[in-house]
Design a protein around this ligand. Structure first.
Ligand code: COA
Length: 163
């Protein structure tokens, strides 16, 4: 906690905005270093936000809208929050989250949901700081159990009311 306060005092200038095509290319290089030219898939239901320091992409986060009939994950969901290791603890994760929450609110979403590994205490703490609470969605149980078998950890659902 104290180290994060200190880190924030010396944090670099960064902006959070929607990813441009160039940003998506840079994210591809970051996430798939062995696959040149790999870009992040462009999903028409998703908005990708990035934290940029100058020309460098130092964090990303996505907001996905699922319609009732397309998916078991219905509504506004947050996925893929990641901050480059050397920039962690400086407030970027929180800023990226807030950008997604603001966007969902502007689009009049009543709720925003996220999935988090049960052992990811940093992410859980961040979600709680922003007002997210644990939520059970029985329809997702089967998928969550399959993910537990695949990832070796239970995924928890957390949600925040926007009304
Ligand atoms: C989780 C993650 C995105 C946090 O980003 P970050 O920029 O380091 O976080 P911030 O500096 O914005 O911290 C905001 C809050 O997150 C929580 N947090 C962040 N780092 C933490 C740590 N090391 N220990 C405990 N809580 C932590 C705290 O609540 C913190 O608020 P506080 O400083 O007032 O206590 C980052 O650690 C990361 O990229 N991890 C790997 C990918 C990942 O786990 N993504 C989440 C998937 S759901």
């Amino acid at each position: 906690m104290i180290y994060r306060e200190v880190a924030r005092r010396f944090s670099p200038d960064f902006i959070v905005c929607e990813a441009s095509e160039e940003d998506l290319r840079k994210i591809g290089d970051w996430l798939y270093p062995n696959e040149p030219e790999e870009m992040l898939d462009e999903d028409p239901n998703a908005t990708i936000f990035v934290a940029r320091r100058g020309e460098e992409v130092i964090g990303l986060a996505s907001l996905v809208r699922y319609s009732q009939d397309s998916h078991l994950y219905v509504g506004y969901w947050i996925f893929g929050l990641m901050v480059k290791r050397r920039y962690r603890g400086m407030g970027l994760g929180e800023a990226l989250h807030r950008a997604r929450i603001d966007r969902a609110r502007r689009e009049r979403a009543s709720e925003i949901l996220g999935e988090v590994r049960e052992d990811n205490y940093r992410a859980i703490r961040l979600l709680r700081k922003l007002g997210f609470e644990m939520k059970e969605i029985p329809e997702l149980e089967e998928i969550l159990e399959k993910k537990r078998a695949r990832f070796g950890a239970r995924m928890l659902i957390m949600s925040k009311s926007l009304t």
